[in-house]
Design a protein around this ligand. Structure first.
Ligand code: GAP
Length: 514
């Protein structure tokens, strides 16, 4: 069986081969950590965005959307703390000349202890069979206890160093743990330094005095600076939310794992404005709602977990990540943060205007507290593809690559195929497609054997194929083939639209969230 790593590599190649994701500027050999979405990728991405947008704005009458610009007044980033504190701790290996994030090196090292513990557990589970008690084994097996002890000791030092912003201690942990550079294999490290992740550029010509501005590193600030505009023009009453989907940019040093960490990426963020003191209630509400949103897709409940932050960002008083089990371990897909009144208070101070909310029920003005949900579209895309990709052995030694995408998100919903390219079958197939295309994204395929055509659709995750054969001309029936079960059903053409509408009904997905 292929290892997770090999399967991941094949999935990345599959994404390119089938028009999901291409390296940016591919004909110039790409640009590190920047990717383009192809004809199927963009459809999947748009469907993810629609699912998110609808779940926010249709299901919550107190959540509305905006679309703010990428360029913002430079003081925004001073007020938000990004100019001074949006840094990563970096370390260079002198032999390979490669640069790493010190915290990532340590986190990877910590993850190895968990891998070792899991391996011991797997071995013991095989030995003891049904009698195996994992919890007891983890608490009593000397080797496992030793691994856990070491991990916890390093973890405690790591958290303390992060909280104190102690760069020398981060380096010392790397030295003490004997962490080597994956390229050179040596421990010849430089000191750890802070590195700001924002991209900057200039507006205006130099002669007129150009101004340095930043490409936004998060979409959230566009919401904060518009909060008053939306509240007043929309007559919004607290609690209310503003959501936004848009590009963000970060000069990431560790660019790894395909579209997991990019320099240009897209976020779906929502800021929910609440009364001070009520933030924890809403933090819990959004945590649970967001997890339901993920799980409703049916990719496997066991693939998600919450991970509370060891070190809170400068603006937060509570924060958790929703992690998804990628082939390279559990990784953050979404962050849910209780951002206090940090951003609004800071903007009020820097802009010098009153942006407090007048609460008519309390007859009082205050700066709202904010709960934020922030998810990367690209990471969500990656998690779906990782869960959906399967190299499936079939009876008779055959195999297929299939994407088990949730039908609502699939780029193409239906492929209509005439069995042969003659005898009036293409015309009949076109007629069917012309009727369906107003409701569903359809494709038409008449080339190659029907088996090959099914495989092509399996590879892009098309949930339904509809085949028109000679009998269809007389009985007005077609064969509908289901992607996952590969089962085929004969149905009247007149029923086709109704059956598809039912199977592809986004409302069923949204209903699961309530
Ligand atoms: N406004 C809060 C914020 O930006 P974050 O945890 O830095 O918080 C939120 O980012 C989400 O954005 C992450 O959970 C992740 O899905 C996505 N994200 C962040 N950096 C990314 C990157 N370099 N490439 C792709 N997605 C990224």
């Amino acid at each position: 069986m292929a290892s997770q790593e090999e399967t991941f590599k094949k999935m990345v190649a599959h994404c390119k081969e089938y028009g999901f994701v291409f390296p940016s500027s591919d004909i110039y050999d790409g640009l590190a950590a920047v990717y383009d979405y192809g004809q199927n990728g963009v459809e999947l991405k748009n469907n993810i965005k629609k699912y998110w947008w609808d779940s926010m704005t249709l299901l919550h009458e107190n959540v509305v959307g905006i679309d703010a610009s990428i360029f913002m007044h430079p003081t925004v980033w001073k007020a938000s703390g990004h100019v001074d504190a949006f840094n990563d701790p970096l370390i260079d290996n002198r032999d390979s000349k490669k640069r790493y994030r010190a915290d990532v090196l340590i986190e990877d090292h910590l993850a190895k202890f968990d891998e070792k513990i899991n391996k011991e557990c797997d071995k013991a589970a095989k030995r003891f069979g049904d009698k195996f008690d994992r919890e007891m084994f983890v608490q009593t097996n000397p080797r496992v206890v030793e691994y856990a002890k070491k991990r916890d000791e390093i973890h405690a030092r790591f958290v303390k160093a992060l909280e104190a912003n102690d760069l020398a201690e981060l380096k010392q942990i790397i030295i003490d743990c004997e962490i080597v550079c994956p390229i050179s294999g040596t421990r010849n490290w430089t000191d750890v330094r802070q590195f700001n992740l924002m991209f900057s550029t200039e507006v205006g010509s130099t002669a007129d005095g150009a101004t340095k501005i930043y490409l936004r590193p998060e979409t959230a600030q566009g919401i904060f600076v518009n909060y008053m505009n939306v509240q007043k023009t929309g007559r919004m009453k607290i609690p209310f939310g503003i959501c936004q989907i848009g590009k963000a940019f970060r000069n990431e040093i560790v660019a790894r794992q395909f579209i997991f960490r990019m320099r240009e990426f897209e976020q779906m963020e929502m800021q929910f404005f609440v009364r001070p003191g009520e933030e924890m209630k809403w933090f819990e509400y959004w945590k649970e709602f967001r997890l339901r949103w993920h799980k409703a897709l049916g990719l496997g409940d066991e693939k998600y977990r919450f991970h509370d932050h060891d070190k809170l960002a400068h603006y937060a008083n509570a924060a958790t990540d929703i992690e998804f089990e990628m082939p390279f371990g559990f990784k953050e897909v979404e962050g849910i943060h209780s951002r206090t009144d940090f951003d609004l208070s800071s903007h009020e101070k820097y802009c010098g205007k009153n942006i407090k909310y007048f609460d008519p029920e309390l007859n009082q003005s205050y700066t709202p507290y904010v709960i934020e949900t922030s998810i990367g579209v690209d990471r969500m895309f990656l998690s779906i593809l990782c869960a959906a990709y399967e190299e499936q052995p079939l009876e008779g030694g055959d195999s297929r690559v299939v994407l088990h995408l949730p039908a609502v998100l699939a780029p193409v919903k239906v492929c209509v195929m005439p069995l042969v390219k003659k005898d009036g079958l293409p015309e009949k197939a076109r007629e069917i497609m012309d009727d369906l295309k107003f409701d569903f994204r359809c494709s038409y395929d008449e080339k190659d054997s029907i088996g090959k055509r099914y495989r092509r659709q399996d590879a892009i995750g098309t949930p339904f194929c509809v085949t028109v054969d000679h009998d269809s001309l007389n009985d007005n029936c077609v064969t509908i083939r289901h992607r996952d079960s590969m089962q085929q059903q004969r149905i009247p053409i007149a029923d086709l639209r109704g059956i598809l509408a039912n199977e592809l009904d986004a409302r069923q997905l949204l209903r699961k969230l309530l």
